[in-house]
Design a protein around this ligand. Structure first.
Ligand SMILES: Cc1ncc(COP(=O)(O)O)c(C=O)c1O
Length: 404
């Protein structure tokens, strides 16, 4: 069950909101940092997973770098304390404005995804008279055995440069004197659970490609294995901190590298998923013809993963646990939101305790690709962030009945 530091204070907060467990977040970041230091594999947090200012400030203060995929992410990462030289700017469709601004800011490197992009970055570097580090994102044509929407390393995917274009990519880089070839980046997908098998396979492929580039006279100073470490959505309390140890040790073991080569990873989900929950309140318990619906006040606009990917999130009744000691009987519900779409469903046929109007519900493991993917659909407001150590600072709930 989700650990709440002060349930009485939580009850007074206007729902829905994202609840971030700051202790767990710190422990996760410290665990990742310790294994990074031991293995010598540097971590650039993939900002896209969660851009909450407080979380970013904590990560920058702990010395992580940032992996960004838009100009706004680059700017915001700097505003949150990341040093420009510790920022890598990836993304398959960077605009001219984004390239220009990132060059002016002096970011660490661009991770480029096409020959066309190499040329544009090279042109702008020439016009600005600035040297630029370029990593090539490689499409290694590897299946990570994950959801098709989060697979990124197959020929069919829009990402990266495949072996067919390696010679042309090298040739294009040589045409721009201010381009410094920095290294190679491999990211094949997200929510990877078969960590050892899949990353051993990525490393074997990376070894071949690194050798190929070096045989053609390009020194690969940086090897970046991307993100992708999966988290346990079924049992967030059993596995609150993802297995950074297995991940980084697998990479260290299988990636052939020289002492002077820098190794990197870019985890997003693994850093933030388990510390975040979407907290929502039961509006109505609706008895349908053959289903019982728990209508809650959060919708797919707040957390789109179930609607977009059919993603599973554990759902818990906090009120039953914290106020009734979970003495209530079990019931089967479809947990649905108020948005005018049938896809606005957080879980179907879920066994929960008997729930009532006003109960607080937690949708767990929502810290990654949750708040950042929220929209105003149906003109609904954005759910704010509330932190475990500052619950009383959350927006106050008004009791409209009491006002009559
Ligand atoms: C290039 C790149 N790096 C890192 C990540 C972070 O992945 P994850 O959140 O699975 O760790 C992504 C996510 O899609 C990505 O595209």
């Amino acid at each position: 069950m989700l650990k709440i530091t002060d349930f009485q204070a939580l009850k007074k907060v206007e729902t829905p909101f994202y609840y971030y467990d700051i202790d767990l977040f710190n422990q996760t970041a410290d665990t990742a940092a310790a294994i990074s230091a031991e293995t010598g594999i540097q971590i650039h947090y993939s900002v896209k997973a969660n851009t909450d200012r407080r979380l970013l400030e904590i990560l920058s203060s702990k010395g992580f770098g940032a992996d960004c995929v838009s100009g706004n992410e680059v700017e915001f990462a700097v505003a949150c304390g990341f040093k420009p030289e510790d920022i890598m700017f990836a993304g398959v469709g960077k605009t001219d404005k984004e390239i220009f601004q990132a060059l002016q800011m002096g970011i660490g490197s661009f991770t480029v995804e096409s020959l066309e992009e190499i040329a544009i970055v090279g042109e702008y570097a020439g016009r600005l008279g600035r040297r630029v580090n370029i990593s090539l994102r490689i499409n290694p044509n590897i299946d990570p055995h994950t959801h098709q929407y989060v697979t990124t390393g197959l020929y069919e995917d829009k990402f990266g440069i495949s072996d067919i274009s390696f010679d042309a990519a090298m040739e294009t880089m040589r045409r721009y004197p201010l381009i410094d070839f920095y290294g190679l980046q491999f990211h094949i997908g997200s929510q990877i659970m078969e960590v050892e098998d899949v990353f051993a396979m990525v490393c074997r492929k990376a070894n071949q490609i690194v050798s190929l580039f070096e045989s053609k006279g390009l020194v690969v100073n940086n090897i970046d294995l991307g993100g992708g470490l999966g988290v346990d959505y079924d049992d967030p309390d059993g596995h609150p901190i993802p297995d950074f140890d297995v991940w980084l040790r697998t990479i260290k073991k299988h990636l052939v590298h020289r002492p002077d080569q820098r190794l990197h990873v870019e985890p997003g989900r693994a850093m933030v998923a388990q510390c975040g929950s979407l907290i929502t309140r039961v509006l109505y318990v609706k008895k349908g013809e053959n289903r019982r619906f728990l209508m809650v006040d959060a919708g797919m606009n707040d957390l789109i993963r179930p609607a977009l990917y059919g993603a599973y999130h554990k759902i818990e009744n906090l009120t039953a646990y914290y106020e009734d000691e979970n003495k209530r009987k079990g019931r089967v519900y479809d947990v649905v939101g108020p948005v005018c779409e049938s896809a606005d469903t957080f879980g179907t046929q879920r066994v929960l305790v008997k729930s009532y109007r006003g109960d607080l519900i937690a949708i767990r493991s929502a810290g990654a690709y949750g708040q950042v993917m929220a929209s105003h659909y149906n003109m609904r407001p954005f759910a704010p962030a509330v932190y475990s150590d500052r619950i009383s600072e959350g927006p106050r709930r008004k009791d409209y009945f009491a006002q009559q």
